[in-house]
Design a protein around this ligand. Sequence first.
Ligand SMILES: C[S@@+](CC[C@H](N)C(=O)[O-])C[C@H]1O[C@@H](n2cnc3c(N)ncnc32)[C@H](O)[C@@H]1O
Length: 451
Amino acid sequence: MATLAMKGSNPHSNSPPSAENPVATVTTFSHDCRGVARLDGKAVFIDGALPGETVRFRYLHRQKRYDTAEVVEIIKPSPDRVTPSCPHYGTCGGCGLQHMRPEVQLQSKQQILSEQLELLGKVKPESWLAPITGPAFGYRRRARLGVRQVASAGGVVIGFRQKNKSFLADLETCLVLEPMVSALLPALHVLIDGLSCPDRIPQIEVAGGTNASSLVIRHLVPLTYEDRERLAAFGEANGIRIYLQPGKPDSIAPLWPSVHKPLYYRIPGFEVDIRFEPADFIQINDAVNNAMVARVVELLEPTAKDAVLDLFCGLGNFTLPLARRAGRVLGVESEKALIERARANAQLNKIMNVEFVHADLYRESFNASWNHFAANKLLLDPPRSGAIEIIKSLVEPLPSRIVYVSCYPATLARDSEYLVQVLGYRLTAAGVMDMFPQTSHVESMALFIKS
Ligand SMILES: C[S@@+](CC[C@H](N)C(=O)[O-])C[C@H]1O[C@@H](n2cnc3c(N)ncnc32)[C@H](O)[C@@H]1O
Protein backbone atom coordinates (compact mmCIF):
# COMPACT_ATOMS: atom_id res chain seq x y z
CA MET A 1 0.00 0.00 0.00
CA ALA A 2 1.50 3.32 -1.05
CA THR A 3 1.27 6.33 1.23
CA LEU A 4 3.08 9.04 -0.73
CA ALA A 5 0.93 11.29 -2.83
CA MET A 6 3.40 12.48 -5.45
CA LYS A 7 4.31 11.90 -9.02
CA GLY A 8 5.00 8.26 -9.73
CA SER A 9 3.21 6.94 -6.65
CA ASN A 10 -0.12 5.22 -6.71
CA PRO A 11 -1.89 6.33 -3.55
CA HIS A 12 -5.36 5.08 -4.29
CA SER A 13 -5.12 1.94 -6.31
CA ASN A 14 -3.67 -1.52 -5.90
CA SER A 15 -2.26 -1.87 -9.42
CA PRO A 16 0.44 0.36 -10.96
CA PRO A 17 -0.34 3.21 -13.37
CA SER A 18 0.01 2.48 -17.04
CA ALA A 19 0.27 4.72 -20.10
CA GLU A 20 -3.20 3.51 -21.08
CA ASN A 21 -4.73 5.28 -18.09
CA PRO A 22 -6.05 8.66 -19.22
CA VAL A 23 -4.75 11.98 -17.90
CA ALA A 24 -6.95 14.94 -16.94
CA THR A 25 -6.84 18.23 -15.09
CA VAL A 26 -9.33 18.51 -12.24
CA THR A 27 -11.37 21.69 -12.29
CA THR A 28 -13.83 21.39 -9.41
CA PHE A 29 -14.78 19.40 -6.32
CA SER A 30 -18.00 17.37 -6.29
CA HIS A 31 -20.55 17.44 -3.44
CA ASP A 32 -19.08 14.12 -2.23
CA CYS A 33 -15.48 15.41 -2.32
CA ARG A 34 -14.24 13.85 -5.55
CA GLY A 35 -12.25 15.79 -8.14
CA VAL A 36 -14.24 16.56 -11.28
CA ALA A 37 -12.58 16.72 -14.70
CA ARG A 38 -14.07 16.92 -18.19
CA LEU A 39 -12.96 14.70 -21.05
CA ASP A 40 -14.55 15.49 -24.41
CA GLY A 41 -17.23 17.40 -22.53
CA LYS A 42 -18.16 14.47 -20.28
CA ALA A 43 -17.68 14.75 -16.52
CA VAL A 44 -15.52 12.22 -14.75
CA PHE A 45 -15.62 12.05 -10.94
CA ILE A 46 -12.14 11.05 -9.79
CA ASP A 47 -11.75 9.65 -6.30
CA GLY A 48 -8.63 10.99 -4.58
CA ALA A 49 -8.05 13.94 -6.92
CA LEU A 50 -8.05 17.59 -5.84
CA PRO A 51 -9.04 20.70 -7.82
CA GLY A 52 -6.12 22.09 -9.84
CA GLU A 53 -4.32 18.76 -10.07
CA THR A 54 -3.31 16.93 -13.21
CA VAL A 55 -3.78 13.21 -12.59
CA ARG A 56 -3.66 9.89 -14.34
CA PHE A 57 -6.76 7.88 -13.51
CA ARG A 58 -8.49 4.56 -13.98
CA TYR A 59 -12.18 4.30 -14.86
CA LEU A 60 -14.36 2.50 -12.30
CA HIS A 61 -17.76 2.85 -14.03
CA ARG A 62 -18.53 4.36 -17.40
CA GLN A 63 -22.06 5.68 -17.69
CA LYS A 64 -24.12 7.65 -20.16
CA ARG A 65 -23.99 11.05 -18.47
CA TYR A 66 -20.80 10.82 -16.41
CA ASP A 67 -17.99 8.42 -15.46
CA THR A 68 -16.44 7.53 -12.12
CA ALA A 69 -12.74 6.85 -11.66
CA GLU A 70 -9.88 6.65 -9.16
CA VAL A 71 -6.50 8.30 -9.20
CA VAL A 72 -3.54 6.14 -10.16
CA GLU A 73 -0.88 8.84 -10.41
CA ILE A 74 -0.59 12.47 -9.35
CA ILE A 75 1.25 14.22 -12.18
CA LYS A 76 0.88 17.82 -10.92
CA PRO A 77 -0.12 17.96 -7.22
CA SER A 78 -2.22 20.70 -5.65
CA PRO A 79 -0.59 22.87 -2.96
CA ASP A 80 -3.47 21.68 -0.75
CA ARG A 81 -2.30 18.06 -0.98
CA VAL A 82 -0.62 16.52 2.07
CA THR A 83 0.93 13.11 2.55
CA PRO A 84 -1.49 11.06 4.66
CA SER A 85 0.13 9.74 7.82
CA CYS A 86 -2.23 6.78 8.23
CA PRO A 87 -0.65 3.51 7.02
CA HIS A 88 -4.11 2.31 5.93
CA TYR A 89 -4.89 5.31 3.75
CA GLY A 90 -5.84 4.21 0.25
CA THR A 91 -7.13 0.82 1.41
CA CYS A 92 -9.45 1.68 4.30
CA GLY A 93 -12.72 3.29 3.26
CA GLY A 94 -12.99 5.15 6.57
CA CYS A 95 -11.19 8.41 5.71
CA GLY A 96 -11.18 9.43 2.07
CA LEU A 97 -9.89 13.00 2.46
CA GLN A 98 -6.63 12.55 4.33
CA HIS A 99 -4.73 13.77 1.28
CA MET A 100 -6.17 17.30 1.75
CA ARG A 101 -5.06 19.87 4.30
CA PRO A 102 -7.67 19.86 7.11
CA GLU A 103 -8.39 23.60 6.87
CA VAL A 104 -8.95 23.28 3.11
CA GLN A 105 -11.26 20.29 3.73
CA LEU A 106 -13.44 22.58 5.80
CA GLN A 107 -13.38 25.41 3.25
CA SER A 108 -14.39 22.88 0.57
CA LYS A 109 -17.25 21.64 2.74
CA GLN A 110 -18.52 25.21 3.14
CA GLN A 111 -18.30 25.59 -0.63
CA ILE A 112 -20.28 22.35 -1.09
CA LEU A 113 -22.94 23.56 1.36
CA SER A 114 -23.19 26.92 -0.39
CA GLU A 115 -23.52 25.27 -3.82
CA GLN A 116 -26.14 22.78 -2.66
CA LEU A 117 -28.21 25.54 -1.01
CA GLU A 118 -28.13 27.59 -4.22
CA LEU A 119 -28.45 24.75 -6.70
CA LEU A 120 -31.01 22.52 -4.98
CA GLY A 121 -32.70 24.98 -2.62
CA LYS A 122 -32.41 28.22 -4.59
CA VAL A 123 -31.52 29.96 -1.33
CA LYS A 124 -28.51 31.93 -0.15
CA PRO A 125 -27.69 32.51 3.52
CA GLU A 126 -27.58 36.20 4.49
CA SER A 127 -24.39 35.46 6.45
CA TRP A 128 -21.94 32.64 7.14
CA LEU A 129 -21.34 31.34 10.65
CA ALA A 130 -17.72 30.75 11.66
CA PRO A 131 -17.00 27.03 11.06
CA ILE A 132 -17.06 24.86 14.18
CA THR A 133 -13.77 22.99 14.42
CA GLY A 134 -12.16 20.40 16.65
CA PRO A 135 -9.11 18.12 16.53
CA ALA A 136 -8.26 16.81 13.03
CA PHE A 137 -7.43 13.32 14.38
CA GLY A 138 -8.28 11.15 17.39
CA TYR A 139 -11.80 12.58 17.56
CA ARG A 140 -13.94 9.51 17.00
CA ARG A 141 -15.54 8.32 20.24
CA ARG A 142 -17.99 5.97 18.57
CA ALA A 143 -17.35 3.39 15.84
CA ARG A 144 -18.49 0.01 14.60
CA LEU A 145 -15.53 -2.20 13.71
CA GLY A 146 -16.20 -5.21 11.52
CA VAL A 147 -14.50 -8.53 12.37
CA ARG A 148 -13.86 -11.43 9.92
CA GLN A 149 -11.72 -14.52 10.16
CA VAL A 150 -9.61 -14.60 7.01
CA ALA A 151 -7.39 -17.64 6.45
CA SER A 152 -5.00 -15.76 4.16
CA ALA A 153 -4.55 -13.08 6.83
CA GLY A 154 -3.60 -15.76 9.36
CA GLY A 155 -6.35 -14.79 11.80
CA VAL A 156 -9.01 -12.17 12.29
CA VAL A 157 -9.22 -8.96 10.35
CA ILE A 158 -10.63 -6.00 12.33
CA GLY A 159 -11.56 -2.69 10.76
CA PHE A 160 -13.77 -0.65 8.50
CA ARG A 161 -14.81 -1.62 4.97
CA GLN A 162 -12.17 -1.22 2.32
CA LYS A 163 -12.59 1.60 -0.14
CA ASN A 164 -14.96 0.56 -2.96
CA LYS A 165 -14.88 -3.06 -1.76
CA SER A 166 -16.89 -5.28 0.55
CA PHE A 167 -13.79 -6.67 2.33
CA LEU A 168 -12.56 -5.23 5.61
CA ALA A 169 -9.35 -3.23 5.87
CA ASP A 170 -7.25 -4.80 8.62
CA LEU A 171 -6.40 -1.98 11.01
CA GLU A 172 -3.38 -2.02 13.27
CA THR A 173 -4.04 1.62 14.08
CA CYS A 174 -6.75 4.17 13.31
CA LEU A 175 -5.75 7.82 13.48
CA VAL A 176 -9.29 9.17 13.79
CA LEU A 177 -10.34 6.81 16.61
CA GLU A 178 -9.80 7.88 20.21
CA PRO A 179 -6.05 7.22 20.66
CA MET A 180 -6.61 4.93 23.67
CA VAL A 181 -8.88 2.66 21.58
CA SER A 182 -6.66 2.83 18.50
CA ALA A 183 -3.67 1.71 20.61
CA LEU A 184 -5.61 -1.41 21.61
CA LEU A 185 -6.17 -2.63 18.03
CA PRO A 186 -3.12 -5.00 17.86
CA ALA A 187 -4.02 -6.55 21.24
CA LEU A 188 -7.67 -6.80 20.15
CA HIS A 189 -6.62 -9.01 17.21
CA VAL A 190 -4.77 -11.34 19.58
CA LEU A 191 -7.72 -11.34 21.99
CA ILE A 192 -10.33 -12.29 19.37
CA ASP A 193 -8.01 -14.85 17.73
CA GLY A 194 -7.63 -16.52 21.14
CA LEU A 195 -11.39 -16.99 21.68
CA SER A 196 -13.11 -20.32 21.02
CA CYS A 197 -15.18 -18.82 18.17
CA PRO A 198 -13.28 -16.04 16.33
CA ASP A 199 -15.28 -16.80 13.17
CA ARG A 200 -18.54 -16.11 15.06
CA ILE A 201 -17.62 -12.57 16.17
CA PRO A 202 -18.98 -10.25 13.43
CA GLN A 203 -18.41 -6.83 15.00
CA ILE A 204 -17.12 -4.78 17.91
CA GLU A 205 -18.74 -1.47 18.78
CA VAL A 206 -16.67 1.23 20.40
CA ALA A 207 -18.17 4.00 22.52
CA GLY A 208 -16.37 6.52 24.67
CA GLY A 209 -17.72 8.85 27.33
CA THR A 210 -16.23 11.34 29.78
CA ASN A 211 -15.86 8.65 32.44
CA ALA A 212 -14.87 5.55 30.42
CA SER A 213 -14.64 3.86 27.05
CA SER A 214 -16.30 0.58 26.14
CA LEU A 215 -16.25 -2.28 23.67
CA VAL A 216 -19.39 -4.25 22.82
CA ILE A 217 -18.46 -7.70 21.51
CA ARG A 218 -21.18 -9.17 19.30
CA HIS A 219 -21.08 -13.00 19.36
CA LEU A 220 -23.26 -15.33 17.30
CA VAL A 221 -22.68 -18.44 19.48
CA PRO A 222 -22.42 -18.75 23.27
CA LEU A 223 -19.00 -17.90 24.70
CA THR A 224 -17.15 -20.40 26.90
CA TYR A 225 -16.17 -19.69 30.50
CA GLU A 226 -12.56 -19.24 29.30
CA ASP A 227 -13.67 -16.76 26.63
CA ARG A 228 -15.45 -14.65 29.21
CA GLU A 229 -12.44 -14.79 31.53
CA ARG A 230 -10.12 -13.67 28.73
CA LEU A 231 -12.40 -10.81 27.70
CA ALA A 232 -12.85 -9.62 31.28
CA ALA A 233 -9.08 -9.79 31.88
CA PHE A 234 -8.53 -7.69 28.72
CA GLY A 235 -10.99 -5.08 29.98
CA GLU A 236 -9.40 -4.94 33.41
CA ALA A 237 -5.80 -4.81 32.09
CA ASN A 238 -6.61 -2.02 29.63
CA GLY A 239 -9.14 -0.06 31.67
CA ILE A 240 -11.86 -0.42 29.06
CA ARG A 241 -15.37 -1.66 29.78
CA ILE A 242 -16.42 -4.87 28.06
CA TYR A 243 -20.03 -5.61 27.12
CA LEU A 244 -21.35 -8.74 25.41
CA GLN A 245 -24.07 -8.77 22.77
CA PRO A 246 -25.46 -12.27 22.11
CA GLY A 247 -28.52 -11.02 20.13
CA LYS A 248 -30.39 -7.81 19.32
CA PRO A 249 -29.16 -4.51 20.83
CA ASP A 250 -31.37 -5.00 23.91
CA SER A 251 -29.33 -8.13 24.78
CA ILE A 252 -26.21 -6.04 25.49
CA ALA A 253 -24.98 -6.69 29.06
CA PRO A 254 -21.83 -5.73 30.95
CA LEU A 255 -19.09 -8.35 31.39
CA TRP A 256 -16.39 -6.19 32.98
CA PRO A 257 -16.99 -4.57 35.35
CA SER A 258 -19.88 -6.93 36.04
CA VAL A 259 -21.79 -4.30 37.98
CA HIS A 260 -23.47 -1.84 35.62
CA LYS A 261 -21.88 1.60 35.83
CA PRO A 262 -23.46 4.05 33.38
CA LEU A 263 -21.35 5.71 30.73
CA TYR A 264 -21.87 9.43 30.43
CA TYR A 265 -20.53 12.43 28.56
CA ARG A 266 -20.45 15.94 29.97
CA ILE A 267 -21.53 19.07 28.10
CA PRO A 268 -19.49 21.83 29.68
CA GLY A 269 -21.06 25.26 29.95
CA PHE A 270 -24.51 23.84 30.72
CA GLU A 271 -23.68 21.57 33.67
CA VAL A 272 -25.32 18.70 31.86
CA ASP A 273 -24.26 15.04 32.00
CA ILE A 274 -25.80 12.72 29.41
CA ARG A 275 -25.89 9.06 30.41
CA PHE A 276 -25.96 6.57 27.57
CA GLU A 277 -25.74 2.86 26.82
CA PRO A 278 -22.80 1.71 24.68
CA ALA A 279 -24.81 1.17 21.47
CA ASP A 280 -26.88 4.39 21.73
CA PHE A 281 -26.60 7.17 19.18
CA ILE A 282 -24.24 9.84 20.49
CA GLN A 283 -22.58 12.56 18.44
CA ILE A 284 -19.22 11.16 17.35
CA ASN A 285 -16.98 14.13 18.03
CA ASP A 286 -16.99 15.37 21.62
CA ALA A 287 -15.26 18.72 21.01
CA VAL A 288 -17.44 19.58 18.03
CA ASN A 289 -20.57 18.44 19.87
CA ASN A 290 -19.82 20.79 22.77
CA ALA A 291 -19.34 23.73 20.40
CA MET A 292 -22.39 22.72 18.36
CA VAL A 293 -24.68 22.60 21.41
CA ALA A 294 -23.41 26.00 22.53
CA ARG A 295 -23.99 27.42 19.01
CA VAL A 296 -27.54 26.04 18.84
CA VAL A 297 -28.39 27.62 22.18
CA GLU A 298 -26.80 30.90 21.08
CA LEU A 299 -28.78 30.96 17.82
CA LEU A 300 -32.12 30.01 19.37
CA GLU A 301 -31.65 32.63 22.12
CA PRO A 302 -33.92 30.82 24.59
CA THR A 303 -35.31 32.86 27.48
CA ALA A 304 -37.65 32.00 30.34
CA LYS A 305 -40.59 33.12 28.15
CA ASP A 306 -39.82 30.61 25.39
CA ALA A 307 -41.26 27.20 24.60
CA VAL A 308 -38.77 25.22 22.52
CA LEU A 309 -39.46 22.08 20.50
CA ASP A 310 -36.49 19.75 19.90
CA LEU A 311 -37.37 17.29 17.13
CA PHE A 312 -35.17 14.16 16.74
CA CYS A 313 -33.91 14.71 20.28
CA GLY A 314 -32.15 11.38 20.98
CA LEU A 315 -30.87 11.26 24.55
CA GLY A 316 -31.54 14.97 25.14
CA ASN A 317 -28.18 16.22 23.82
CA PHE A 318 -29.70 19.61 22.89
CA THR A 319 -32.94 19.37 24.88
CA LEU A 320 -31.33 19.54 28.30
CA PRO A 321 -28.89 22.40 27.60
CA LEU A 322 -31.81 24.32 26.00
CA ALA A 323 -33.94 23.69 29.08
CA ARG A 324 -31.28 25.38 31.24
CA ARG A 325 -32.23 28.66 29.50
CA ALA A 326 -35.78 28.25 28.14
CA GLY A 327 -39.14 28.31 29.94
CA ARG A 328 -40.09 24.82 28.76
CA VAL A 329 -38.76 22.35 26.24
CA LEU A 330 -40.29 19.31 24.55
CA GLY A 331 -38.07 16.64 22.97
CA VAL A 332 -39.47 14.17 20.41
CA GLU A 333 -37.79 10.97 19.25
CA SER A 334 -38.82 7.63 17.71
CA GLU A 335 -36.59 5.29 19.71
CA LYS A 336 -38.39 4.35 22.91
CA ALA A 337 -35.20 3.42 24.75
CA LEU A 338 -33.68 6.83 23.97
CA ILE A 339 -36.80 8.61 25.25
CA GLU A 340 -36.61 6.64 28.50
CA ARG A 341 -32.97 7.56 28.90
CA ALA A 342 -33.66 11.20 27.98
CA ARG A 343 -36.24 11.34 30.81
CA ALA A 344 -33.76 9.76 33.20
CA ASN A 345 -31.13 12.29 32.06
CA ALA A 346 -33.51 15.14 32.88
CA GLN A 347 -33.92 13.75 36.40
CA LEU A 348 -30.21 13.12 36.80
CA ASN A 349 -29.53 16.76 35.95
CA LYS A 350 -32.48 17.98 38.04
CA ILE A 351 -34.06 19.65 35.01
CA MET A 352 -37.82 19.91 35.54
CA ASN A 353 -39.02 22.14 32.68
CA VAL A 354 -38.62 19.46 30.05
CA GLU A 355 -40.81 16.70 28.63
CA PHE A 356 -40.05 13.91 26.19
CA VAL A 357 -42.50 12.30 23.79
CA HIS A 358 -42.10 9.15 21.79
CA ALA A 359 -43.29 9.59 18.18
CA ASP A 360 -42.42 8.64 14.62
CA LEU A 361 -41.99 12.12 13.20
CA TYR A 362 -42.29 10.92 9.61
CA ARG A 363 -45.77 9.48 10.22
CA GLU A 364 -47.53 11.48 12.92
CA SER A 365 -47.97 15.13 12.15
CA PHE A 366 -50.96 17.50 12.23
CA ASN A 367 -52.70 15.91 15.19
CA ALA A 368 -49.62 14.78 17.08
CA SER A 369 -49.26 16.17 20.58
CA TRP A 370 -45.85 17.66 19.82
CA ASN A 371 -47.36 19.78 17.07
CA HIS A 372 -49.67 21.47 19.59
CA PHE A 373 -46.99 22.36 22.10
CA ALA A 374 -47.18 26.00 20.91
CA ALA A 375 -43.41 26.26 20.57
CA ASN A 376 -42.12 29.64 19.49
CA LYS A 377 -38.66 28.18 18.78
CA LEU A 378 -37.79 24.95 17.00
CA LEU A 379 -34.70 22.79 16.67
CA LEU A 380 -34.52 20.15 13.93
CA ASP A 381 -31.74 17.53 13.94
CA PRO A 382 -32.96 14.88 11.49
CA PRO A 383 -31.18 11.92 9.88
CA ARG A 384 -29.96 12.22 6.27
CA SER A 385 -33.50 12.02 4.89
CA GLY A 386 -34.20 15.48 6.32
CA ALA A 387 -37.38 16.98 7.75
CA ILE A 388 -39.65 17.98 4.87
CA GLU A 389 -42.65 15.97 6.18
CA ILE A 390 -42.41 17.74 9.52
CA ILE A 391 -41.90 21.20 8.07
CA LYS A 392 -44.93 20.76 5.80
CA SER A 393 -47.11 19.76 8.72
CA LEU A 394 -46.16 22.49 11.22
CA VAL A 395 -49.30 24.17 12.58
CA GLU A 396 -49.84 27.90 13.19
CA PRO A 397 -48.51 29.91 14.89
CA LEU A 398 -45.19 28.99 13.31
CA PRO A 399 -42.01 29.27 15.41
CA SER A 400 -40.23 32.61 15.10
CA ARG A 401 -36.82 30.91 14.99
CA ILE A 402 -35.75 27.55 13.61
CA VAL A 403 -32.28 26.07 13.92
CA TYR A 404 -31.68 23.14 11.60
CA VAL A 405 -28.71 20.83 12.29
CA SER A 406 -28.00 18.78 9.19
CA CYS A 407 -25.86 15.77 8.28
CA TYR A 408 -26.72 15.97 4.58
CA PRO A 409 -26.61 19.25 2.64
CA ALA A 410 -28.95 18.05 -0.13
CA THR A 411 -31.90 17.55 2.22
CA LEU A 412 -31.09 20.73 4.14
CA ALA A 413 -31.19 22.57 0.79
CA ARG A 414 -34.53 20.99 -0.18
CA ASP A 415 -36.05 21.81 3.23
CA SER A 416 -34.61 25.35 3.17
CA GLU A 417 -36.40 26.04 -0.09
CA TYR A 418 -39.75 25.16 1.49
CA LEU A 419 -39.04 27.16 4.64
CA VAL A 420 -38.04 30.24 2.64
CA GLN A 421 -40.23 30.11 -0.47
CA VAL A 422 -43.41 28.66 1.05
CA LEU A 423 -43.37 29.48 4.76
CA GLY A 424 -41.71 32.88 4.42
CA TYR A 425 -38.65 32.40 6.65
CA ARG A 426 -35.36 34.20 6.04
CA LEU A 427 -32.25 32.02 5.93
CA THR A 428 -30.24 34.40 8.05
CA ALA A 429 -27.14 32.26 8.61
CA ALA A 430 -25.54 28.93 7.79
CA GLY A 431 -22.24 27.28 8.59
CA VAL A 432 -20.31 24.02 8.58
CA MET A 433 -19.04 21.88 11.43
CA ASP A 434 -15.95 19.69 11.32
CA MET A 435 -17.67 16.71 12.92
CA PHE A 436 -15.88 14.15 10.71
CA PRO A 437 -12.46 15.51 9.64
CA GLN A 438 -10.65 13.44 6.96
CA THR A 439 -13.97 12.21 5.56
CA SER A 440 -16.35 13.63 2.97
CA HIS A 441 -19.24 14.01 5.46
CA VAL A 442 -20.59 17.57 5.54
CA GLU A 443 -22.31 18.56 8.80
CA SER A 444 -23.90 21.96 8.93
CA MET A 445 -26.29 24.27 10.73
CA ALA A 446 -28.75 26.87 9.48
CA LEU A 447 -30.79 29.58 11.19
CA PHE A 448 -34.23 30.57 9.87
CA ILE A 449 -36.04 33.62 11.22
CA LYS A 450 -39.63 34.64 10.61
CA SER A 451 -39.96 38.39 10.59
C1 LIG B 1 -28.90 12.89 14.01
S1 LIG B 1 -29.61 11.99 15.36
C2 LIG B 1 -29.71 13.30 16.52
C3 LIG B 1 -29.97 12.92 17.94
C4 LIG B 1 -29.80 14.03 18.97
N1 LIG B 1 -30.39 15.28 18.55
C5 LIG B 1 -28.35 14.22 19.35
O1 LIG B 1 -27.79 15.30 19.10
O2 LIG B 1 -27.74 13.29 19.93
C6 LIG B 1 -31.22 11.76 14.77
C7 LIG B 1 -32.19 11.16 15.74
O3 LIG B 1 -33.44 11.02 15.06
C8 LIG B 1 -34.06 9.85 15.51
N2 LIG B 1 -35.04 9.46 14.48
C9 LIG B 1 -34.80 8.80 13.32
N3 LIG B 1 -35.96 8.63 12.64
C10 LIG B 1 -36.94 9.19 13.38
C11 LIG B 1 -38.34 9.32 13.21
N4 LIG B 1 -38.95 8.80 12.15
N5 LIG B 1 -39.05 9.96 14.16
C12 LIG B 1 -38.43 10.48 15.25
N6 LIG B 1 -37.12 10.37 15.48
C13 LIG B 1 -36.36 9.72 14.56
C14 LIG B 1 -32.93 8.87 15.71
O4 LIG B 1 -33.29 7.82 16.58
C15 LIG B 1 -31.85 9.77 16.28
O5 LIG B 1 -31.91 9.81 17.68
